[in-house]
Design a protein around this ligand. Structure first.
Ligand code: 5GP
Length: 209
């Protein structure tokens, strides 16, 4: 099958505070052929967030209603809130001939791997440089209270143990460099795919000649 022009599902997971949100925003700016899979969530909107852009903010009841209607590819419960990626995002990305970027946790990544062709998935796990740095970043961004910070920190430690389920694991020391690395890896994958298609064609020719 010719997969060269097939849109890719790019998954980026990391514990909160590892710099993933900034990283995804930079990646979306840097790459033209990619769009964000905006998730639905039942958590409260933060000050700097825009409904429909960062998330679709809904109540728990609305979320459950959508879930029952089979609206989501995958859902997860994090910090007492629901999160879900809608099927429509995949359909739209396909229509727009774009890669689709998922900013989701390891549970969601597992479900996507289970339901979609692994050839069309490029998954990244982003690690913070250290636990201390993670704690510093969680405090610095100042959007969570003390309880929430310690909840996120203990959850982060558990989440990090899933790094080996991902094909690419990057340590986010410098966000600009990490974005550059991600772009290079996506382009490298494209190149390999293109090369394989050419090779297959040549091989067929040789065999059939
Ligand atoms: P936050 O509340 O900080 O925006 O996100 C908390 C966690 O939920 C992050 O790890 C984020 O990647 C994850 N998340 C956000 N949207 C989704 C989603 O649709 N599905 C899953 N499985 N995780 C999500």
């Amino acid at each position: 099958m010719n997969t060269e022009n097939q849109n890719k599902l790019i998954i980026i997971s990391s514990p909160s505070g590892a710099g993933k949100t900034t990283l995804c925003k930079l990646l979306l700016k840097k790459m033209k052929n990619i769009e964000l899979s905006t998730s639905y969530t039942s958590r409260n909107k933060r000050l700097n967030e825009i409904n429909g852009k960062d998330y679709h903010f809904v109540t728990k009841e609305e979320f459950n209603k959508l879930n029952k209607k089979n609206f989501f590819i995958e859902t997860a419960r994090n910090f007492n809130n629901y999160y879900g990626s809608p099927y429509i995002n995949i359909k739209n990305a396909k229509k727009n001939k774009k890669n689709l970027l998922f900013d989701i946790d390891w549970k969601g990544a597992r479900k996507i791997r289970k339901n979609y062709n692994i050839k069309n998935i490029i998954d990244f796990f982003i690690l913070p440089p250290s636990k201390k740095e993670l704690q510093k970043r969680l405090i610095k961004r100042g959007r969570d209270n003390k309880n929430e910070i310690s909840l996120r920190l203990s959850y982060a430690i558990k989440e990090m143990q899933h790094y080996n389920e991902y094909k690419y694991v990057l340590i986010n020391e410098n966000v600009q460099q990490t974005v550059k690395d991600i772009v290079k890896i996506i382009e490298y994958n494209k190149l390999i795919e293109k090369n394989n298609i050419i090779l297959n064609k040549k091989l067929k020719k040789i065999i059939n000649s």
